[in-house]
Design a protein around this ligand. Structure first.
Ligand code: AVJ
Length: 326
């Protein structure tokens, strides 16, 4: 077996231009907002790794439970047509959960290429190194960049049936209309019989949900504030980070968990030659982490042209991986 490991990526210069444009548009809007995909620079990626180990952050443990203890069930659904395929993962991160599936598939002599896609370069490097170590000989082709763009690239270089993984409740970072639009876009990039496996965090005890985004050790707060620091580092800005406070809320009816940064005082921030004014108590909307119920998930599949072929929950019933076929 050959080890392929090419990285398709937008240039560093283009990505900084996009970052600056998105930050300025977001901070000139009302209400102000920043996009959570920008959390994941090197520092943010490390902080997210810490979040996944927090006692309050149940999501990773739940999905790990599925990938670790229901691997055969997952593998059976994925390999149902018994042919070669490409396993594309959107937002692979360090591949902590998918490794269990990769290990199972690799050792059952299934013929596949693993194609991780992530915005974080450091996460992809870490992933391919650890896979070279743990599953030597497995074919990997990694793509650094944004989901849809890189999925289009991956689909372009794939000549086989495709199985797309979108784990970790990453879909929760989209508002419901955006999630609809996104799944529709994925659907149009796939071919009949291709599969999409999506991880959803479920509605549950609201205290449990809120605590996951409001940990007592303050890591989630640092994770949010790091985006202001990243803007300082990369866009020549002068945020005084301790003039902002992390504020998460959860609405158990809509299932939207949202994080804000509250400006503790009236203040001015320079970003390059741009000035942004903050009123006291003005907020920046940072992130939505949408929680679903089973009806909502089936609805999303049906509306975007997918057929549900499997639903695997963790042992607590807090999280599900839905398997959809085009
Ligand atoms: C990686 C988007 C699934 O929303 O739960 C964790 C990110 N934000 N703590 C989530 C996150 C704050 C996470 N996702």
């Amino acid at each position: 077996r050959h080890l392929i490991n090419t990285t398709a990526s937008v240039s560093e210069k283009d990505s900084i231009i996009r970052f600056k444009r998105d930050v300025l548009n977001g901070l000139k809007a009302s209400p102000k907002e920043l996009q959570p995909k920008y959390f994941y620079d090197e520092v943010g990626t490390e902080l997210f790794r810490k979040i996944m180990k927090l006692p309050e952050y149940y999501l990773t443990d739940c999905e790990l439970d599925i990938f670790q203890h229901k691997t055969a069930q997952l593998a059976k659904l994925i390999t149902q047509h018994n042919e070669e395929f490409d396993l594309i993962e959107l937002g692979s991160g360090d591949g902590f959960k998918s490794k269990h599936l990769l290990d199972y598939l690799f050792h059952s002599k299934t013929n596949f290429t693993y194609m991780p896609i992530d915005i974080s370069k450091s996460a992809l490097e870490y992933l391919s190194e650890s896979l070279n170590d743990q599953l030597p000989g497995m074919e990997i082709q990694s793509f650094q960049g944004e989901y849809v763009e890189m999925l289009a690239e991956a689909c372009y270089s794939s000549k086989r049936r495709k199985v797309v993984l979108f784990l970790g409740a990453n879909i929760g970072n989209m508002e419901l209309p955006q999630a609809n639009e996104f799944c529709g876009e994925l659907q149009s990039l796939l071919s009949p019989k291709d599969l999409l496996l999506v991880g959803f965090d479920l509605k549950k005890d609201p205290k449990k949900v809120l605590a996951a985004y409001n940990d007592t050790s303050g890591i989630t707060s640092q994770f949010n504030l790091n985006l202001l620091e990243r803007i300082n580092r990369e866009l020549d800005a002068d945020f005084v980070v301790d003039q902002f406070e992390h504020y998460p809320v959860y609405d158990p009816i809509s299932g939207a968990c949202r994080s804000f940064l509250v400006s503790l005082n009236q203040q001015q921030v320079c970003i390059g030659e741009n000035q942004i004014h903050f009123q006291k108590n003005e907020v920046i909307q940072m992130e939505i982490s949408q929680k679903y119920d089973l009806n909502g998930i089936c609805d999303l599949a049906a509306k975007t042209g997918f057929k549900t072929v499997g639903m695997i929950a963790d042992s607590n019933g807090w999280f599900v991986d839905a398997i959809w076929e085009k």
